[in-house]
Each structure stands twice: as structure tokens, then as C-alpha cells.
Design a protein around this ligand. Sequence first.
Ligand code: MN
Length: 344
Amino acid sequence: MSKIVDVTFELKKYKYFEPFRITNSTRVESNNIEVKIVLDNGSIGMGESSPSYRVNGEKVPALLALQDTVKEMISGYDVRNYARIFNIMDGLSRTAPSLKAAVQYATLDALSVSIGIPVYQILGGVKDKIETDKTIGIDTLEKMVEKARRTFDEGFKILKVKVGENLKEDIEKMLAISEAVPDAEYIIDANQGYTPKESIRFAHCMYEKGINMVLFEQPVMWNDFDGLKLVRYNSSFPIAADESAKTKYDVYELIRNDCVDFVNIKLMKSGISDALSIVELAKTTNTGLMIGCMGESSIGINQSVHFAAGIGAFAYHDLDSHMMLKEKFHGKFDQKVDVLMPSS
Ligand code: MN
């Protein structure tokens, strides 16, 4: 037997080592919800929700209040039929996507414990390891240069740099960073901070200066699909949607309107079920894929490590939030600098 008999939510607070600043937002603490699913055979599955009000409009108290409702919705279901539980949880796609992700992952984790096969192998086991970038938040030019140098020297070959608050300063910062760390590859994320014209100017300047930019992420507002397309058609770099791409329906619209080269999937926006659909949509249309995170601890990053390795479809992995939090590691994966390896 492997039927769900209990579902519990627990609030977990994690402090960042230092304030993490992006366009229009600074995080000092991550308030996450640990989801525990108990089966009648005693197996326990764990998942984590790291809600984002900025991206998804989620608030922790509203999610915690759903505990009994979710328990009622999925109790009695057998996790071997996990897609049935996924379908039920799809009802939360618009209102509580990060909670949907945690419950869907906890379902897979409970199945994994029950049958003794790691989640990444249940999902296909395409890769045994993946490489992650590391993020440099917005700071003074000197501090960003110093942090980029140190992070690259630690062994992270891809640096994700946050920009979007001031075009002129951002250009100066990127020139200084890439001069100090010329061998890194750069994913540059503006978090919706630029207008389409500013984005085009920024990309043009990066191209002229020979910056090794591999992705230009979410340059414009999430709802400005035309702007995203304009930037895409007028810049040499691949354009990735993050805040614009939450559910599979968003990604369908982005792709059919020619707005993106890449999609940044985050389980916290899509859950496992929509993420699976987005992967197939992207493969079918030759759209590039990366996977990212919100403020997950290692238990939440664990979900994305198993998903990304299992599916094996991501060109870039941005799974570094656990490294920014003060926590006791509790994921089922090993980390060797930028290499993440799922385990059981
Ligand atoms: Mn982003």
C-alpha cells in the first residue's frame, strides 16, 4: 500500500547571509513552507514552497491556511498514481503555484521512498549531475567586481549578474566585471527593470564591448510581450523570459508570438506538472531552457536538482538560493562547487 494518510505544512524561516538585492526588491529573509506527506506504509515525502509575492502574488499565511484543504483533496490517493495527484493540485496553478510544486514534489518523494528509486530516476534519469551558476546581486560597482572575481575563483564558471535599476551604471558595472573576470560566461538578469529601448541599448553596448553574455533575462515588464519581442528582434543575444513565464499557458503565448529564445522554468512558478508541459513545448519548438529558483533552502533546491537531472533538458541551471541562506543542509543531493548530484 502507498496511500496518503496525512499532509502537514510547517513554516520555516531562513536568514540570508547578506541582503540579496535585485530590481525593486531586497530580501533578507526567506519564509518557506515545508510540506510533509505521510503514507499508510510509513513512508514520508518532503517538499518545499518558497512563495514569491513579487512574481506570483503569494503570501505565506494564505498558503498555510490551505493545509487542511489540501489534505482533504489528496488523502486516500495512492502515490503510485502520482499524476492523479498532480491533476488535483493543478487547481492551485493560479492561486498557490509554489504550494502546488511542494505538494507535487512531496508526492514523488513519498513514492521514491516507498519503492527505493530516487526521484530523478522516476522522472527519467537523463543526467547524473548538473552544473549551476551563482548569482551576483545588485551592489556597488566595487563590491560586484570583487564578488564576481571571488565566485569565479571558487569554481563557478557561469555568473548570473543582476541589473535593471540604472542603465548607465549597469553598463559601467558589466564592463568592470567582465574586465576583471574575462573567462566567465554571463547570464544578465534585469528583472523587468528596463524599457524595451533601454534593453536594446544595453544589449547593443554589451555586443560592442564583446561581453561574454549567454542570456539576457527578463529585460522588460512581465506583461510586455510585444516589448520582449522587440528586444529579441533587435539584439544579438538570446532573450529569456522569467517573470513573463509562469504557467504552461504563458509559455505557449510567448512561444507562439515569437517573444523568446529561452524560458526560465522555476518549479515555484509552475509546479512539476506545468514544468513537464513547458519542457515538451520548448523541445517541440526548439526553444532553449534554463531552470531557476526563488528563495528555496536545500530541500527546495533538491526538488529542482532531481527534476533537472531527471529531465536533462536544461542548458543552464540557476540553483543557488540555498547557498545564500543560513541553514542546515537537508537535501538529497551532493554539491561539489558548481556541480550538483542527485542522490537517494
Ligand atoms: Mn530572473
